[in-house]
Design a protein around this ligand. Structure first.
Ligand SMILES: C[S@@+](CC[C@H](N)C(=O)[O-])C[C@H]1O[C@@H](n2cnc3c(N)ncnc32)[C@H](O)[C@@H]1O
Length: 298
């Protein structure tokens, strides 16, 4: 199954890419947004695609070869964006996109335990050679209190304390190493009536672990100011988030920079997906898009 880019029409309308322009797709993934941008900036434009997951980029390389526009694909955490721009000697960046969702490839083919529907080792690092700890390390080493906090804060999981206790009990018998083991623990610690609901009982806890392992909120917090530095006056930044904490972070950043007269907000309210888009791609239902434009300073 191919990844369906979320809010694609809206992204293209806001950026309105033109031949010769420079765009950075900070989370290029399977290139859904990038390909549409590339079509419009050729000839003469430059598209820089970043992704932390090396496997995702390998797949995209052959697909994104453009005879006219220049494409630079780099396997890096987007937190290195400013350094990357300097190295590539890019200035006058017209637009930067962050799509903080979840790539289909990551979910289905990574083999790193992102999906609760597959039996895989519990790794969950976007980049397995990054030094950060794995999801399995977190479950086996963190205190009950810390686990509860992670499940609650990043997953908004109502049974976080029960699941945290379940994890600590289970790991006393056997190390938790696979998605299957963890799903079983979750199911055993959620009241029976919640097991029959539409949302799988492991959804939120898996999300929480992924966000924690990859430090997703702090990555975004570090990089938004860099994106503002990199943009040319009149350049635009778009962030599509899927989690209330991410959206809040973006909202506050835009507001603060508006007060400092650095940014103007294009979307006073976040843009959300239409019923038609949700019908075709249910995973897009929680998407919120916020966009801002860099103010030209005198
Ligand atoms: C939802 S996908 C992007 C999909 C893409 N917009 C498309 O339409 O095909 C998000 C991507 O961001 C990558 N990613 C997550 N955190 C990252 C980070 N800190 N730096 C760079 N890439 C990251 C993931 O590996 C994943 O491929």
């Amino acid at each position: 199954m191919r990844h369906v880019p979320v809010l694609l029409k809206e992204v293209i309308e806001i950026f309105n890419p033109q031949p010769g322009q420079i765009y950075i797709d900070a989370t290029v993934g399977e290139g859904g947004h990038a390909k549409e941008i590339l079509k419009r900036i050729s000839p003469g434009g430059v598209l820089v695609g970043l992704d932390w997951d090396p496997n995702v980029l390998e797949k995209l390389k052959s697909e994104l070869l453009s005879p006219e526009g220049k494409v630079i694909l780099l396997n890096t955490n987007y937190t290195a964006m400013e350094e990357m721009v300097e190295k590539q000697k890019l200035d006058n960046v017209d637009g930067i996109l962050f799509d903080l969702g979840f790539g289909t490839h990551t979910l289905q083919d990574s083999g790193r335990g992102f999906s609760f529907q597959r039996e895989e080792p519990l790794d969950m690092r976007y980049n397995p050679s990054a030094t950060s700890i794995t999801a399995s390390d977190v479950l086996n080493r963190y205190s009950e209190k810390d686990l509860e906090k992670i499940f609650k804060e990043y997953g908004e999981e109502r049974f976080s304390w029960r699941i945290a206790r379940g994890v600590v009990t289970a790991r006393g018998n056997r190390k938790i190493e696979t998605t299957g083991q963890f799903v079983q623990i979750i199911k055993e610690n959620v009241p029976a009536r919640f097991l029959r609901q539409k949302l799988h009982p492991a959804t939120r806890v898996f999300q929480a672990l992924r966000i924690f392992v990859n430090q997703e909120l702090s990555n975004l917090r570090i990089t938004l100011p860099q994106a503002l530095n990199i943009l040319k006056p009149g350049g635009k930044i778009i962030v599509i988030s899927f989690h209330s904490l991410e959206d809040r972070l973006v909202k506050i950043f835009f507001k603060e920079e508006k007060i400092k007269k650095e940014l103007n907000i294009i979307t006073p309210k976040p843009v959300t997906t239409s019923i038609e888009e949700i019908r075709g791609n249910p995973a897009s239902s929680s998407a919120k898009l916020r966009a801002a434009i860099k103010i030209a300073n005198n």
